[in-house]
Ligand binder design. Structure first.
Ligand code: NDP
Length: 307
């Protein structure tokens, strides 16, 4: 029986672990499918306070993990396959392993949707990015592409014009899912061009570990062409990792967990932190902040139980 289990080992989960461990709750962290979360997939992080020269995402995660370990956090690998939150102690299964806990912090994150092309995976962090706020700065005076037709694509493209020489929004349909105001703002921006209805077939050049051009295909005519570009921002949405909580924790239509009074979910004793409950800010620092909140809320809840 654990006092606190934390599901997820990204910025939110690890910060929750530091706080819970320092409160002597001996937390257990279940790593999940993507240990380290999205930071483990990025390169330089220049907007996390306290690192004037920036820090590599994987290094930031490794440091935070060590910090949590130093205060007695235990880690287990493996992704959660089912949970029973109907009564306390809560039951959690990860493959063949079963765990029980008095309080649960869900920091399972959200995964950026990817295009699913092999070269995209090889060039992630080397010209392919899923976060304009994180990586836009590295594309000063470059010609770049943003893929997607939703609000995120419009928002990221508009943001990226601060740095880039030109931004081309590439979308698979002629119609856009984005809200009128976001679309109009992108159309009004002189640096933004639109390319529809196109999809990316290949990102080059994997052998050089940098993005130099893309092969795109017209969805209507199947005609292919190559376009020179130095960056590809994939902005086709995120999926919160909440499938195992369906029917037990309240979520919005997109699957993000709903919280109230800080990190409290609809089940007493279950708290949520980080991108699993935040589709708005999605920053390392906000995830860390909400992980801290969840640990404090869990501690208060457990103290209340003992009274
Ligand atoms: P959306 O699901 O709204 O849009 C995703 C876009 O990506 C769609 O245009 C979709 O195309 C395209 N897409 C999905 N999969 C693929 C694929 N495999 N290949 C190519 N294209 C693909 O996600 P967003 O992240 O844009 O927005 C999520 C939510 O967050 C929305 O409710 C949005 O309004 C909100 N949001 C609000 C903002 C704001 O108000 N400031 C900013 C950002 C997001 P298709 O249309 O053809 O399906």
């Amino acid at each position: 029986m654990h006092k606190v289990i934390i599901i997820g080992s990204g910025c939110a989960g690890l910060t929750a672990a530091i706080y819970a461990a320092r409160a002597d709750l001996k937390p257990l962290v279940l790593d999940g499918y993507e240990p380290g979360g999205q930071l483990a997939l990025t390169t330089m992080v220049e907007n996390f306070p306290g690192f004037p020269e920036g820090i590599l995402g994987p290094e930031l995660i490794e440091n935070t993990r060590k910090q949590a370990q130093r205060f007695g956090t235990e880690f287990r690998s493996g992704a959660v396959t089912s949970v029973d939150l109907s009564k306390r102690p809560f039951k959690i299964e990860a493959g063949k392993e079963s765990y029980e806990c008095e309080a649960l912090i869900v920091a399972a994150g959200a995964s950026a949707r990817m295009l699913g092309i092999e070269s995209e995976g090889h060039l992630l962090g080397h010209g392919v990015s899923t976060c304009a706020t994180c990586d836009g700065y590295f594309f000063r005076n470059r010609d770049i592409l943003v893929v997607g037709g939703g609000d995120t694509a419009m928002e990221e493209a508009t943001f990226l014009t601060k740095f880039a020489k030109s931004v081309t929004i590439l979308h698979r349909r002629n119609e856009f899912r984005a809200t009128r105001i976001m679309l109009d703002r992108a159309h009004a921006n002189e640096k933004i061009k639109f390319l529809t209805p196109y999809v990316i077939d290949e990102v080059h050049d994997v052998t050089k570990k940098s993005v130099e051009m893309v092969t795109v295909r017209n969805v209507d005519t199947n005609e292919k062409k190559t376009i020179a570009t130095e960056g590809v921002f994939v902005a086709i949405g995120h999926d919160p990792n909440t499938k195992v909580f369906q029917g037990q924790l309240k979520m919005d239509d997109a699957g993000y967990l709903l919280t109230d009074h800080g990190s409290q979910t609809n089940v007493e004793g279950v708290f949520a932190a980080g991108d699993v409950q935040d589709h708005r800010y999605r920053q390392a620092v906000t995830a860390a902040g909400s992980g801290c909140m969840a640990a404090i809320d869990a501690e208060k809840f457990l103290t209340g139980l003992k009274d």
